[in-house]
Design a protein around this ligand. Structure first.
Ligand code: SF4
Length: 676
């Protein structure tokens, strides 16, 4: 007799996560389906979500702790006691400041939005006093930095967008990153809303759009500045809104005078006439919502300036605090009114010489041998960090690298000494938060083999390290209750949410900034930012060209519908995703391919001064000449990318999230032959 369990998809398309019904019989998953009663997804479950059923019973799962005495050597099975003792011993030997933890998206597969496991790892690091860093630096942190300087971090919901926006600008926001948003874009379009895509290639979102603006990578800020030039020049801005709610309009108006559409045409590759038309359409269509990219548009040293400049547009046109305006769903964003308690114990970190929350500094610390024990949680670090060759070199200097995960990853293969088998989303209790709801994810299966949750592993390590107060709760549910214990949830509990079918509406506003109190020291939108100036950054939004390079092609990476970062060994462990995305494929324009003698489907070598990657060419006019693009997550992609800092060290901790992202810039050459 089978049972049906209500849970959530274990991918992390935050904030538009989807509900899932899992049919289980005798410990086996018979099917996964979209949950029609989930208010966020209403039965939707995309191809990635469907593939999650292949996690359970997968022969590639890590089921037992494993150790090896030499990297590259053979793994042998070990007991939990042996591996935990070994980790604790190495930690003692190294000393706390030579121990580090790093978490990836895997820790959030059953708690995205709630920060359960991520903050539990941070609590462990804080109480123990070791190094730990914010993983937003891989993803949306740098863009969030730009948005935050302007003061526009909250987002409106996908439902508000679908019901009220009359113009939607998908700015670097590919719907492959948040497929559940696409339904609401389509609903808006059926109402007559106009949809525009701005991106470096023709994405899945472009196919759903009325207009597509393909710009040169790293030039988003130039486009936004030129739009502001047109809006101010033609007096299309909302004077009353700006006077009441923004600081520095006069300086901004004087500043954008030099940033004409003709100036931007030469930089972005978009004609001045189209820029003018876009600016007029944006300023005169009310309400207009921008859905801004969560990650890939910031993979460049000037990515924060894109966030900073684009964030000025809604304020300039009075599009904030109104239904259908402002910013729509963005990875890592929250709605107005959202709140949770933190279990991270950030105030209890003992003094010490900590490596700042800045990716290049972490890599430097590894390469310098300053980190001797690295504890990795649900992360494929060498596929996600920029300048990955340096990261591998640094991890190999460690005395011990332990990886807690569901499957082997390239990081584990190349750098780990200890493998810790993790539980999947059905094998532990969890909870996810979208922008509007909290969803219980009950334990539905016994863990296979000796798989254990991160919570269990951390507790066992804490016991060995005498961290008495690490886990003061009676159970994982008690820990979740502690996070829920916040006025914004009405001090909800797991028991209470279970009693209401596992679904708990949050008391939030569908419209961001309904009170027009913004996230800045002045409480207003800051066109001019004194904070930026204090940290050695331009006070006004600017466009800065990317570093010059002898390599001719601008390389960018991003999402497809059939993968999620380096999850599940780049998707290779899940057969349906592996079939759909079998190998690294580089999009290259017909012009660039012909100039290099590269045929569609040919084996190629992508290379620059940092490294090389073998791939297959996809010759397509969906990417313009001068730009090449590839799905992210493949091992080797980030051998090509720059590990230089994007912002000064002292600016990295300006916000509660870290913005310390490496530049990730990469100019490359493409050759028709594979590496020998
Ligand atoms: S859109 Fe994201 S959360 Fe929803 S089913 Fe697909 S992968 Fe899962």
């Amino acid at each position: 007799m089978s049972t049906v369990v209500r849970t959530m998809c274990p991918m992390n398309c935050h904030p538009t996560l989807c509900g899932m019904l899992v049919e289980i019989e005798d410990g086996r998953v018979l099917s996964v389906k979209g949950d029609p009663d989930n208010p966020d997804s209403q039965g939707f479950l995309c191809v990635r979500g469907q593939a999650s059923r292949e996690i359970i019973g997968n022969p590639e799962r890590l089921l037992h702790p494993m150790v090896r005495n030499r990297r590259g050597g053979d793994w042998r099975r070990a007991s939990w006691a042996e591996v935990l003792d070994r980790i604790a011993e190495r930690m003692h030997e190294a000393g706390r400041l030579a121990v580090a933890t790093w978490t990836g998206h895997g820790v959030a597969a059953n708690n995205y939005g709630m920060r359960l496991t991520g903050n539990l790892v941070r609590r462990f690091a804080n109480l123990y006093g070791c190094q730990t860093w914010g993983s937003q630096m891989i993803c949306w942190g740098l863009g969030g930095f730009g948005l935050g300087l302007t003061g526009v971090l909250e987002t409106s919901t996908k439902e508000d967008m679908g019901a009220h926006a009359n113009l939607i600008v998908l700015w670097g926001a590919n719907l492959a990153s948040q497929p559940n948003t696409a339904r609401h874009v389509a609903a808006a379009r059926r109402r007559g809303a106009h949809v525009v895509t701005v991106d470096v290639r023709e994405t899945e979102a472009a196919a759903q759009s009325d207009e597509v603006f393909v710009l040169r990578p790293g030039t988003d800020a130039a486009l936004a500045l030129a739009m502001m030039h047109v809006i101010v020049r033609e007096d299309l801005h909302d004077r009353a809104f700006v006077e009441r709610n923004a600081l520095g309009f006069d300086e901004l108006a004087a500043h954008v005078r030099a940033h004409s559409p003709a100036w931007a045409e030469a930089i972005t590759g978009i004609s001045a006439a189209r820029i003018e038309a876009l600016a007029r359409r944006y300023a005169t269509t009310r309400p207009a919502m921008i859905v801004i990219g969560g990650s890939s548009m910031y993979k460049g040293a000037n990515g924060w300036q894109a966030g900073r400049a684009v964030a000025c547009l809604p304020a300039l046109t009075g599009n904030l605090g109104v239904s259908g305006g402002g910013f729509g769903p963005r990875h890592g964003s929250t709605s107005h009114g959202h709140g949770l308690a933190s279990i991270a114990a950030n105030g209890r970190r003992p003094p010490g010489d900590y490596v700042i929350d800045q990716m290049p500094r972490i890599t430097e610390a590894l390469v310098a041998g300053r980190i001797r024990v690295m504890l990795l949680w649900g992360t494929n670090m060498v596929s996600s960090f920029a300048d990955a060759n340096q990261v591998v070199a640094g991890l190999r200097r460690c005395d011990l690298v332990a990886a807690h995960d569901l499957f082997m990853s390239d990081t584990a293969r190349e750098c780990a000494d200890v493998l810790l088998p993790a539980t999947s989303w059905l094998e532990e209790v969890g909870m996810k938060a979208t922008n509007t709801h909290l969803y219980l994810m009950p334990q539905a299966l016994e863990p296979p083999g000796e798989a254990r949750s991160a919570s269990w592993v951390l507790r066992e390590l804490a016991r060995r390290l005498d961290l008495d107060d690490f886990f003061p709760w009676a159970s994982d549910e008690g820990m979740i209750d502690a996070v829920l214990d916040h006025p914004a949830t009405g001090h909800a509990t797991v028991a209470q949410i279970r009693g209401t079918g596992g679904i708990h509406p949050q008391n939030v506003s569908h419209v961001a900034y309904p009170t027009l109190a913004f996230d800045t020291p002045s409480g207003k939108v800051e066109f001019v930012s004194e904070r930026a100036k204090r940290h050695g950054l331009p006070a006004l939004p600017v466009y800065e060209p990317l570093p010059s390079s002898p390599y001719p092609l601008e390389f960018r990476q991003g999402r497809t519908l059939t993968h999620f970062h380096g999850f599940y060994d780049h998707g290779r462990a899940l057969p349906s995703l592996a079939r759909a995305d079998a190998e690294p494929v580089l999009w290259i324009s017909p012009v660039d391919a012909a100039a290099r003698g590269v045929a569609d489907g040919a084996a190629i070598r992508i290379h620059n001064e940092r490294g090389a990657l073998e791939a297959r060419a996809r010759v397509t006019d969906k990417v313009p000449a001068g730009t090449v693009w590839m799905r992210d997550g493949w091992r080797g992609v980030n051998n090509l990318t720059s590990g230089a800092p994007s912002i000064p060290d002292e600016a990295c901790e300006l916000f509660p999230f870290t913005a310390g992202q490496s530049a990730y810039d990469a100019r490359v050459e493409v050759s028709p032959e594979p590496l020998g």
